[in-house]
Write a protein that binds this ligand. Structure first.
Ligand code: PLP
Length: 375
């Protein structure tokens, strides 16, 4: 049976060059980067070169990149630090953030005397930035935590506007860029953002490695104590092969960004056209969405909701559903819950997310299988 992977917002296959770069390190550069002999120095050199590569593509300074095990770790660290040590009293966020942000904020809310404000989500899936602007007139010390590209519906935050508002109002801006780094160009010389987070496995790199960008005007305390690694901010022997793999992945992604973006955008348009042709009453969730994500509610009976992913999986197709089945009951996606009326929320929704490895033939197969299911 052919297998089709259309779940690239969940994770991405590694590029061959990334695997090779990691294998090279595993075979040859096993030294502890903290050792002063040549084995250690070579490994350390690889890490610092990787840091420079990432900084080059984000247009920031290498010192502003701190390696972590993933974006979740980076977000936990940053938000915890701001509340515990930077006297932040208010978090402005939205209910469509990833759980890495939402659950961290819930935890902070229980532990500290802070206020959390959730911005309104407009029917098109965008965050209400006029509301943000008004809220920022209040001078309470604030962090704005908003994601760049939503991982479920693909809506895109206006980074220019939010970063400018935060700068003007002297508040911190933490941005979850997990779905956009490696897929769009960044220029951190132009954008004033305090904190960004990323995970390599979302841009064809390895799992278990990511980074935080900490704008040099900010100082954070260590997240882990025990050594001088990562400027003493995250102690523990570095995973050289993971870091090198991540840098390779960001390098190839950025060098091919225009070509791959064009290819993937065409695939997305093709898929949307086919979906609309085949399914009347299809609902497209989110407007002006990122070029690799489609989220649709299918005009199928509610009874199909619980089985749709399973049935697609049997046919070899991997996509995500906008609803998560928990303990045998269907729990609607917290993101779709913000934009869909209840009746539609119970219908099957799919998130289809592409990479440059996908083809039109795969989309035809997906449409055929879905069309059979509706009958
Ligand atoms: N933020 C977004 C938007 C995501 O899509 C994800 C992963 O799905 C995360 C954060 C968490 O990433 P990780 O599990 O790699 O830490």
């Amino acid at each position: 049976m052919k297998k089709i992977y259309l779940d690239n917002a969940a994770t991405t296959p590694l590029r061959a060059e990334v695997i090779q770069s990691m294998l090279d390190v595993l075979e040859n550069d096993f030294g502890n980067p903290s050792s002063t002999h040549s084995f250690g120095r070579t490994a350390k050199n690889k890490i610092e070169t990787s840091r420079k590569t990432i900084a080059k593509y984000l247009k920031c300074s290498a010192q502003e990149i701190i390696f972590t095990s993933n974006a979740t770790e980076a977000t936990n660290w940053i938000l915890n630090q701001l509340i515990e040590y930077k006297d932040v009293k208010r978090i402005i966020t939205s209910k469509i953030e990833h759980h890495a942000t939402l659950y961290t904020i819930n935890h902070l809310l229980q532990q500290h005397n802070i206020e959390v404000v959730y911005l309104t989500i407009l029917p098109n899936g965008a965050v209400d930035l006029d509301q943000l602007e008004k809220l920022l007139e209040n001078t309470v010390k604030t962090v704005v935590s908003l994601m760049h590209v939503n991982n479920e519906i693909g809506t895109v935050l206006d980074l220019q506007r939010v970063s400018k508002l935060c700068l003007q109002n002297n508040c911190y801006f933490h941005c979850d860029t997990v779905q956009s780094i490696g897929k769009t160009l960044f220029d951190l010389n132009e954008l004033t953002i305090d904190f960004l987070v990323a995970s390599a496995h979302k841009f064809h790199g390895p799992k278990g490695v990511g980074f935080a960008y900490i704008n040099k005007k900010n100082y954070l305390n260590p997240m882990l104590y025990g050594g001088e690694q990562e400027k003493g901010l995250r102690a523990g022997t570095e995973a050289t092969h993971q870091i090198v793999g991540m840098a390779k992945a960001i390098e190839i992604a950025n060098e091919n960004i225009e070509k791959e973006q064009k290819y993937i955008s065409e695939l997305k348009d093709y898929c949307l056209t086919q979906l609309k042709l085949n399914f009347d009453m299809l609902i497209i969730n989110g407007e002006n969405t990122f070029y690799n994500i489609i989220n649709v509610t299918l005009p199928f009976d509610e009874s199909k909701t619980s089985m749709i992913l399973f049935n697609l999986d049997i046919k070899g197709i991997a996509v995500s559903r906008g609803s998560a089945c928990q303990s045998g009951s269907i729990k609607p996606s917290h993101v779709l819950a913000e934009i869909l009326v209840k009746e539609n929320l119970n219908k099957p929704s799919l998130r289809i997310s592409f990479s440059h490895y996908n083809t039109k033939n795969e989309i035809d197969y997906l449409i055929d299988v879905l069309a059979q299911m509706i009958q």
